[in-house]
Design a protein around this ligand. Structure first.
Ligand code: ADP
Ligand code: ZN
Ligand code: ZN
Length: 733
């Protein structure tokens, strides 16, 4: 263990009071006395009494003092302590996000429950000795099944031979079988950096060379790896991963949709001979425990994971890759809110590690950081293998509208038909789940609204229900209007992917079609298989939400039709332009990744909107230059700082009053502006009324200090009132 860790220094010798941080939403550590004979160090995971129960916490500080009235630390939990670097990271997150320290700890603490049975070493048996003196039919079966000398789990052998465990045990006693521990599955299989090195293109080789030079020293360094869709960024960052692995050092690859990316795992396995350690919510608790331990011991060299993998206890972290760094999914919005991309940078600083942010459509923040030289800007200008970027065209819906009640314009219909005849795949992209975003009564105008939220209920025909996408409220679609009792007067308004699928079935009844959205029945595993099937060409028309826009490689896909390119452009959200640009660039980038060139058609009512024009121009610089200039002029991030305060309460008047009182005690020193309160765009969410305040400051202002002082001065939330702080807000609902 290196010097900085300090876990096993005797810093705690003689100290009798332990300040223990508990992973709950509380901003301080609790003090406990340390019983004589218990040797503790800072970072140790311990059991402590809390109220009537016992809980797990981490020793945050040790000091001498009178522990007389304090409750006592129960016991030390037998697991890896939280290193000094991890504790500083937790402190930093709490400071930066204004989350309670305990909430920040909950991100990093994964202690096995002490009463949970520790994982037993599983034993297997192997045929090794002479046959037993007394042979029975059962024994003969067991021996026959174990023929070949392989190590077999005892239970598997008893199944195979239809014998009881007692028969096997008797054969062990006789010396016919020997018992050996079964190898622990995959958590720490060592990647081979030279397993299959691809021949890199000149551009890739140059990019990999720049990264290798940047990460030569054991110090923090960051690069933005920007390359158009299909340019081969993955192979480039694999080179950097291989470099680290060669030195026996660890790497973390963060991916926004790791649970869905079978292709990525396959590519990694082809390149390195073994799959990476996988960390996401779909992986079983036991496997995660194993990986956690292997990461702490340094055995697991490469982990690919969701944003929570950022808090794994790496022993010697050399590199963090943030793939698709622009993805909004990297921002965690509930509980402790943090942005995984930004946190990757912070963690890498603490670990003196390197960071690669990879994207075809970088966030404006990362773009500016690269332009200012904070990150090395490494670029891949062309698609790999001489493939061209798709040819982009707008379909002006003011002239070329779809027929009434339909969403596919005649022009797009013709192109899809052409593709079908040519045996090529098409993707129709519509970022709306369900059948219709709104249901209306034609007789009285009644609209179906969520009882808990100020949102419309979305018609889901497959599920025969109306659903709120914000709180999950679900109700049956009635036969008659609940307001005027008219029968057959309920009409769906606007399209969702299910409705689009209906239209496609009418237009192209012969086509093999699939709808892919997060509503896909059968869960993540099925979805992953279907995405694979799409890649293998099993469907001719794919209808999908943003789920299909990201990262996937569909070699046979040559046409992308964007049904409504204007979704998102009209919201007042300061990130609307950036988001729309990114998602459209990504989805159109699904076309033409194979041998045949691709094309994309954007249906829009605003063909002259700057975002649409920038997309059509094929030159992302147009977009970035305009967007960066407008952010700079408005003092928006990254040129200024932003924090949102969301005040919510069960009663609207409480939320309003509290937000107003809070605004009243806001100071406005130079460089700080407080906007609001204003009713939130979603004014009612999960039964809570919401008001928003926005703090905008110049870059050099200590935003955190300002917010802390303000909240301290301000009224204390009482009753049902809550104040949520969102530093660097990404969404503004
Ligand atoms: P990006 O992540 O930049 O969109 P990918 O890394 O997915 O691009 O690469 C696009 C395609 O090109 C993939 O099918 C990949 O397997 C292939 N490819 C990239 N680099 C190489 C290489 N050096 N040799 C062979 N195939 C490559
Ligand atoms: Zn009605
Ligand atoms: Zn709702």
């Amino acid at each position: 263990m290196d010097q900085e860790d300090g876990n096993h220094d005797e810093t705690g010798a003689g100290a009798r009071v332990a300040d223990v941080l508990i992973p709950v939403a509380v901003d301080m550590a609790y003090s406990y006395s340390v019983p004589a004979g218990l040797v503790l160090n800072e970072g140790d995971v311990v059991r402590v009494p809390l109220g009537a129960r016992e809980t797990t916490g981490v020793v945050w500080a040790l000091r001498s003092g009178q522990g007389g009235n304090l409750k006592r630390v129960g016991a030390r939990v037998d697991c890896a302590p939280l290193s000094e670097r991890m504790r500083r990271l937790v402190d930093w997150i709490a400071w930066y996000t204004l989350n309670p320290l305990g909430s920040a700890l909950s991100l990093a603490l994964r202690a096995p429950e002490p009463d949970a049975r520790p994982e037993r070493v599983r034993l297997g048996v192997r045929l090794a000795g002479p046959p037993p003196i007394r042979m029975t039919p059962a024994r003969a079966r067991a021996i026959a099944a174990a023929e070949g000398g392989l190590l077999i789990a005892r239970s598997a052998l008893s199944d195979m031979a239809s014998v009881s465990a007692a028969v096997i045990d008797a054969l062990v006693d006789e010396g016919t079988f020997v018992v050996e521990p079964l190898p622990v599955a995959d958590a720490a299989e060592r990647p081979d950096p030279d397993h299959l090195r691809p021949a890199l293109s000149d551009g890739q080789r140059s990019a990999a060379g720049q990264l290798a030079a940047l990460f030569g020293e054991r110090q923090f360094a960051a690069a933005l790896l920007e390359g158009v869709t299909g340019s081969g960024k993955t192979e480039v960052y694999f080179e950097a991963v291989a470099d680290a692995v060669r030195q026996g050092r660890q790497c973390l690859i963060l991916m926004p949709e790791i649970a869905l990316t079978a292709q990525f795992i396959d590519r990694f396995t082809a390149r390195f001979g073994v799959p990476p350690g996988l960390w996401h919510s779909g992986v079983s608790g036991r496997r995660r425990d194993r990986l956690h331990a292997a990461v702490a011991s340094g055995e697991a060299l490469v982990v690919a994971g969701a944003r929570s993998a950022l808090f794994l206890p790496f022993r010697d972290l050399a590199l963090i890759v943030v793939d698709e760094e622009h993805e909004a999914a990297y921002k965690q919005e509930d509980g402790a809110s943090y942005h995984a991309r930004d946190m990757a940078i912070v963690r890498a600083r603490f670990e003196k590690a390197g960071v690669i942010l990879a994207s075809a459509t970088p966030s404006v923040e990362s773009r500016v950081n690269a332009e200012r030289g904070r990150y090395l800007h490494v670029r891949l200008e062309q698609r790999f293998g001489g493939r061209t970027l798709p040819d982009l065209k707008a379909i002006d819906l003011t002239r070329e509208a779809a027929p009434r009640g339909r969403w596919i314009s005649p022009l797009l219909e013709t192109e899809v038909r052409r593709n079908l005849e040519a045996g090529e795949q098409s993707l129709l992209f519509l970022n709306r789940r369900g059948y219709a975003p709104l249901t209306l009564c034609r007789t009285c105008g009644h609209r179906f609204q969520c009882p808990n939220c100020s949102t419309w209920l979305v018609d889901h025909r497959f599920r025969r229900a109306l659903v709120c996408h914000h709180c999950g409220h679900i109700e049956r679609r009635p036969e008659a209007c609940p307001n005027c009792a008219s029968v057959d007067s309920l009409t769906p308004c606007g399209p969702g992917v299910e409705r689009l699928a209906e239209e496609v079935a009418t237009l192209f009844p012969e086509a093999r079609t699939i709808v892919l959205s997060s509503d896909f029945p059968g869960g993540t595993e099925r979805l992953k298989q279907e995405l694979q099937a799409v890649a293998e060409g099993a469907f001719q028309i794919v209808i999908g939400t943003q789920l299909v826009a990201k990262g996937h490689n569909f070699p046979g896909m040559t046409l992308v039709g964007v049904i409504d390119a204007d979704i998102g452009l009209t919201s007042g959200d300061p990130r609307a332009a950036e988001r729309t640009f990114q998602v459209l660039q990504q989805v159109t980038g699904r076309a033409g990744r194979g041998d045949r060139p691709g094309r994309a058609l954007l249906q829009t009512f605003q063909p002259r909107h700057p975002v649409i024009k920038a997309l059509l121009s094929g030159d992302p610089e147009t977009f970035y230059r305009a967007e960066i200039a407008s952010r700079e002029a408005a003092g928006l991030p990254p040129f200024g700082r932003l924090a949102a305060l969301i005040v919510s309460a069960a009663e609207r008047t409480d939320a309003e009053r509290h937000a107003r009182d809070l605004a009243r005690c806001a100071e406005a020193p130079a460089g700080v502006m407080v906007l609001g309160p204003a009713e939130a765009p979603i004014a009612l969410l999960r039964g809570r009324h919401r008001m928003r305040l926005l703090v905008k400051t110049e870059r050099n202002v200590d935003l955190q200090a300002y917010l802390r002082a303000w909240l301290k001065r301000g009224p204390k939330p009482r009753g049902s009132i809550r104040v949520m702080v969102d530093v660097d807000p990404q969404s503004f609902f």
